[in-house]
Design a protein. Structure first.
Length: 452
């Protein structure tokens, strides 16, 4: 292979990485001078907006995973975990395991799109005992957990224990938290019909949010509509409340007063007896980024207006792992797929400009609107400058997200899942195949120990 061939390496197979690869393929796919490479831990793109629907059993697990090799056919793909990024030597090293050797990949241009992981804000007991909603495994494990709780509660005679089985707490009132709570309530109400001793009023889903409103970033009237709708469904929402611990049996919370006179006021602490806490209350960049040589702020890679990493020309960072401030609010953009894809397009354009010696362009973000579904046939949307709520917002959500699924076969499968859901109740079989994994990811392990 001639060494003058330009090699672009993309790290991460999420929305940002895959979109960037697709844009580069359309530009350089047939160019023998440019080689495209992607490295990702999974060999699929996970369509995360539909994770709550997998957890509730509305959508079949495999229907929201899209094999990267089918979407990016002109990109060489490596499945592996990144051990080290050396921007001076222009090398990326992957972990080796008992089965495969560690690989080093040289690059001329690099796109870092490594996403994020769940942030437990240093609460080790929450990290150990809570359920998360970030991966496909999380969704399946949570669904199994919910059905297990119904099975336990159906035959439990101790009323206090029974109550703790049927209380479900969701931490975080953003998109993920609200959509998870809505789907969870739908699943519970559907499944309840098969459990004769469990009544509707026994089921309790509580959303806990530290801010004074849910769905920050949405129009306040719409967020208020969502809150009222969820209350109608029986979901309790506690605002200005923070979780302080969870031991597997009890969630302790404290009320956040805007102007606390006495910060050690015990009366502001509460406890909710529950066996299931679902944590969606924050993300943090992965450790690979934190220990890289790139300049970081709050763990995110600092980038300039062209999404390039200062000091390392030809290295771009996009998506959740990059720190880009919204010029209007001077705060980072929210970690959404829409922003990740918009940054991917700009990064691809700027890579093309760098290779062809053209003018680079600054990243400017224009929101296309926001949407959230809050359970069966109801949602909220800010779309084309209009605020829409209820059934129509739910319909828009469905159509837009369906159109965003890259491959036709998965689009059809999801559509059929939705159609079946209109006529039948959710399945209540509990699949015992998946165990909760020990959190081994992203810790620096000795090569000998690092078997996954």
């Amino acid at each position: 292979m001639a060494r003058n061939k330009k090699k672009i390496v993309i790290l991460g197979g999420g929305f940002a990485g895959v979109e960037c690869a697709r844009q580069l393929e359309s530009e350089f796919g047939d160019d023998s001078e440019v080689e495209l490479v992607m490295v990702s831990e999974d060999n699929f793109l996970l369509f995360t907006p539909m994770l709550p629907q997998v957890a509730s059993g509305m959508i079949e697990t495999r229907h929201i995973v899209l094999p990267i090799r089918t979407i990016c056919q002109k990109t060489k793909f490596y499945e592996g975990r990144i051990k080290n990024i050396d921007p001076y030597g222009k090398l990326v090293t992957l972990w080796g395991t008992g089965d495969k050797r560690s690989i080093s990949i040289h690059y001329d241009f690099l796109v870092v799109a490594l996403g994020s992981e769940t942030n437990f804000f240093g609460m080790a007991d929450v990290e150990k005992n809570a359920y998360t909603m970030k991966t496909l495994n999380d969704a399946v494990v949570l669904r199994n957990r919910v059905i297990d709780m119904l099975e336990q509660a159906e035959n439990e005679t101790n009323p206090i224990l029974r109550k703790s089985f049927l209380n479900f707490v969701v931490a975080g009132g953003g998109f993920a938290g609200i959509e998870t709570a809505g789907e969870l309530m739908d699943l519970l109400l559907d499944a309840r019909k098969h459990y004769p001793t469990i009544h509707k009023e026994d089921l309790k889903v509580v959303v806990i949010e530290a801010l004074p409103m849910i769905l920050p970033g949405f129009n306040e009237k719409l967020a208020e509509f969502a809150k009222e709708k969820m209350k109608e469904k029986g979901i309790e929402i506690k605002l200005k409340t923070a979780i302080t611990s969870f031991d597997g049996n009890e969630v302790t919370t404290k009320t956040l007063d805007q102007n606390p006179k006495d910060p050690i006021d015990e009366s502001m602490t509460n406890a909710i007896r529950t066996k299931t806490l679902i944590w969606t209350a924050g993300i943090t960049p992965v450790n690979t980024i934190k220990r890289s040589m790139f300049k970081t702020d709050k763990g995110k890679v600092m980038i300039n207006d062209f999404l390039e990493v200062p000091g390392f020309p030809g290295v771009f960072a996009i998506g959740d792992c990059a720190l880009f401030l919204n010029p209007e609010t001077k705060r980072p953009f929210p970690p959404t797929a829409q922003i990740a894809e918009a940054q991917a397009k700009t990064a691809a354009k700027n890579l093309k400009a760098t290779i062809k010696n053209l003018e680079k362009e600054s990243f400017e973000y224009h929101s296309k609107g926001q949407m959230a579904i809050i359970g069966k046939r109801s949602g909220i949307a800010t779309f084309l400058g209009m605020n829409i709520s209820g059934f129509w917002a739910w319909l828009i959500w469905r159509n837009i997200y369906l159109s965003k699924i890259p491959t036709l076969d998965k689009r059809v499968r999801v559509f059929l899942d939705w159609t079946i859901d209109l006529f039948f109740d959710r399945d209540i079989s509990r699949l015992k195949m998946m165990k909760r994994e020990e959190k081994k990811e992203y810790k620096v392990l000795d090569e000998v120990d690092d078997v996954w």
